[in-house]
Design a protein around this ligand. Structure first.
Ligand SMILES: Cc1cc2nc3c(=O)[nH]c(=O)nc-3n(C[C@H](O)[C@H](O)[C@H](O)COP(=O)(O)O)c2cc1C
Ligand SMILES: [Fe+2]
Ligand SMILES: [Fe+2]
Length: 406
């Protein structure tokens, strides 16, 4: 019989571990497995439950709950996040305690319906600074959208200074010792998790940190991996550092040119663009052959670049694979504030350029200029035009009003 683990007076861990999982949400590797954390607070007026677990582990979750309370004592179920790793046991839980009120963010309402397909579930929506009291405990809600889904929220147990952070500050790292001061070194997992889940939403992370910093948080009850009770400030600072990095090299903004080429036509254009950008004192240009970049390097370069120019020939009516590989890395990065553009040589139809242009737009890059296209071998005039294209792009990245905004 699984038992709840006491974390603090009246607060229990009722989460479960998934030590065998090796891939999470398709995009993450989980060498130590992971945990689905959930918490239970006993008060003199009833129980508050914080989140549930993945459905396949619900029996263990229910055993843990039953080890500390009866279902009719549960007054509130706080759902910080509705992804199935946390909402999986909710349908069964709500059957076992039909009178418990489910608290979700306003954005979560249509999601809850689409996940449970249960119209009779009783829920209430809460938003930033809404609070309630139960048995002398005061819980305040904080909206933390996009960390990790649009509906995600956190909450703070005021007076206790315990933060229920949702997915924020999690790690996919299972260690039965449970607390950050007892488990092995999980720094790599903490960073890896940030990079895959939080980094695409850096601005939202900074907004969340602003809400958190009003509290002297002593414990972070997150939804995955070690619970952070020793030096939570260190983990908060790491998120701040990773999310604020405004990258400049020698004081200049970076524009990166990525190209592929078979007969050097596109490369000639890339060289001319490079010179055009470099003629702008406030910018620094970097140039890379995509065929020799691995994914991690692509991600690092994209992250530090304010401007990205992608050059390619059209091959069999498409852009060559390294271009799509590069663009797929953008899934892990925030596009806000980045500028994009494309250029290349083609033989007769040149479809690649329109495709990449519209992909950049779909990724929410600002794409101020039409693709720079040249039929086969660039002329002297075309190389000179490419130089000015590079210069114009750099001026726009530097803040000049865009001629064509999106
Ligand atoms: C295998 C192959 C397929 C091609 N398919 C197309 C195509 O579908 N449409 C097009 O406009 N040009 C096509 N081209 C022509 C190239 O885009 C053109 O030669 C271009 O100048 C090559 O630029 P690069 O020297 O930078 O590689 C093709 C070339 C090759 C070698
Ligand atoms: Fe999530
Ligand atoms: Fe999660």
């Amino acid at each position: 019989m699984a038992e709840a683990i006491k974390i603090k007076k009246n607060l229990y861990y009722v989460g479960v571990s998934d030590s065998d999982i090796r891939t999470f949400d398709i995009i993450m590797k989980t060498a130590n497995g992971t945990t689905y954390n959930a918490y239970l607070l006993k008060t003199s007026e009833g129980v508050i439950l914080f989140d549930t677990v993945k459905q396949e582990f619900e029996d263990e979750f229910f055993e843990k709950i039953e080890s500390v309370c009866n279902y009719d004592e549960i007054k509130y179920i706080v759902m910080h996040h509705l992804e199935p790793d946390h909402s999986g046991a909710l349908p069964e839980l709500s059957k076992r305690c039909p009178n418990a009120k489910i608290l979700i963010s306003p954005m979560a309402t249509p999601m809850l319906k689409a996940i449970t397909h249960n119209e009779s579930m009783s829920f209430e929506t809460v938003w930033t600074n809404k609070e309630f009291e139960l048995g002398g405990y005061k819980l305040r809600f904080l909206s933390t959208p996009n960390l990790h889904w649009p509906e995600t929220m956190s909450s703070v147990l005021i007076n206790e200074n315990i933060l229920f952070s949702g997915d924020v500050f999690g790690s996919h790292y299972f260690d039965s010792r449970l607390f950050n001061d007892l488990v092995g070194d999980f720094d790599y997992a903490f960073k890896y998790y940030y990079e895959h889940i939080m980094r695409p939403f850096k601005s939202d992370v900074l907004n969340a940190l602003k809400l958190y910093e009003k509290y002297e948080i002593n414990t972070i009850c997150n939804l995955h991996g070690p619970i952070i009770r020793e030096n939570p400030q260190r983990y908060i600072e790491l998120y701040k550092e990773w999310s604020t990095k405004e990258v400049r090299l020698h004081g200049k903004k970076i524009i990166s040119i990525f190209y592929v080429t078979s007969y050097k036509n596109t490369k000639l254009l890339a060289d001319a663009l490079y010179e055009g950008i470099e003629s702008n004192d406030l910018m620094i240009a970097n140039m890379y052959d995509m065929t020799a970049l691995d994914e991690q390097n692509m991600i690092s370069i994209l992250e530090e670049s304010t401007g990205v120019l992608i050059g390619m020939p059209t091959i069999n009516s498409d852009a060559p694979k390294p271009v799509w590989d590069l663009l797929s890395c953008m899934m892990l990065l925030e596009k806000k504030g980045k500028f994009g553009g494309c250029f290349g040589s083609y033989g007769w139809s040149g479809e690649a350029l329109e495709m990449v242009q519209s992909r950049l737009k779909a990724l929410k890059f600002r794409v101020p200029l039409e693709p720079f296209k040249v039929k086969l071998v660039p002329t002297k005039q075309e190389l000179s035009d490419a130089y000015y294209f590079g210069y114009e792009f750099s001026e726009i990245v530097n803040g000049k009003a865009m001629e064509m905004t999106l």
